[in-house]
Ligand binder design. Structure first.
Ligand code: SF4
Ligand code: SF4
Length: 223
């Protein structure tokens, strides 16, 4: 899921300094799990903005704020409030913010910072394990991603700074290369550990990413 963290309230208020009327949008998926823009956070934000003298014309928690068609439907269904709003405050990741952007020409502002794609360890504890490089190579590394989990992204590690299994960049974090070594030892594949890996194909995904799954389906049907 996309891990996001709500921005400081003062920063949000500053962004809204020229807007008296606000429509708040949250997200029922990732922003709910990260408590940056679920039902509770949207209600809290409404109360705080009203206390600060703003008029909140509507609030909505979309099922998935990044779903553009659904977002357009929500804004259409609430067109009176949408037309009264001077600004749309979106408590979700940046994808959700830009989904709202597609549905209105008005001032749209992010109420949260998007941090990373995270695995859920337990409630409100998340770890980044994949950084969406576009070409997954972790079969060569015991299914532990050195691109993301090694602080230096080293493909032929370790770097030499490993200390008691921890990373020299952040001693709170495990050295990815110790994890990789231990896993390959468990799998009795230490011979592979010594393989020198060539350069990675860093432009496997041209940004901005785009995928049209329908084209793939059509190709499958034709073959
Ligand atoms: S190599 Fe790492 S960053 Fe790339 S897709 Fe695989 S897990 Fe994600
Ligand atoms: S100590 Fe380990 S995880 Fe940290 S930068 Fe070096 S190889 Fe990467």
């Amino acid at each position: 899921m996309i891990i996001s963290k709500q921005k400081p309230f003062e920063e949000i208020l500053e962004s809204l300094k020229n807007d008296d009327t606000v429509y708040i949008v949250g997200c029922g998926e990732c922003a709910t799990m990260t408590q940056s823009g679920g039902e509770q956070e949207v209600a809290d934000m409404k109360a705080r903005l009203e206390e600060a003298g703003k008029k909140v014309v509507a609030t909505d928690v979309a099922h998935s704020a990044c779903h553009e068609l659904d977002m357009k439907r929500i804004l259409r269904q609430n067109k009176e409030a949408a037309s009264e709003a001077g600004a749309f405050l979106v408590l979700s990741c940046g994808a959700g913010v830009q989904s709202v952007r597609e549905g209105t020409g008005k001032h749209v502002l992010p109420g949260a910072n998007s941090l990373f794609v995270g695995n859920v360890k337990r409630q409100m504890v998340f770890d980044e394990k994949c950084s969406l490089c576009g070409e997954c190579i972790i079969d060569e590394y015991g299914a532990i991603c050195p691109v993301t989990r090694c602080a230096k992204g080293i493909l032929n590690g370790p770097c030499g700074g490993t200390n008691n299994g921890k990373c020299e960049v952040d001693s709170e974090k495990d050295c990815a290369w110790v994890l990789i070594y231990n896993q390959m030892k468990t799998e009795e594949k230490l011979d592979k550990f010594m393989t020198i890996h060539g350069p990675k194909h860093w432009n496997a995904v041209a940004r901005p990413g785009h995928m049209d799954g329908r084209a793939d389906e059509a190709e499958k049907g034709a073959s």
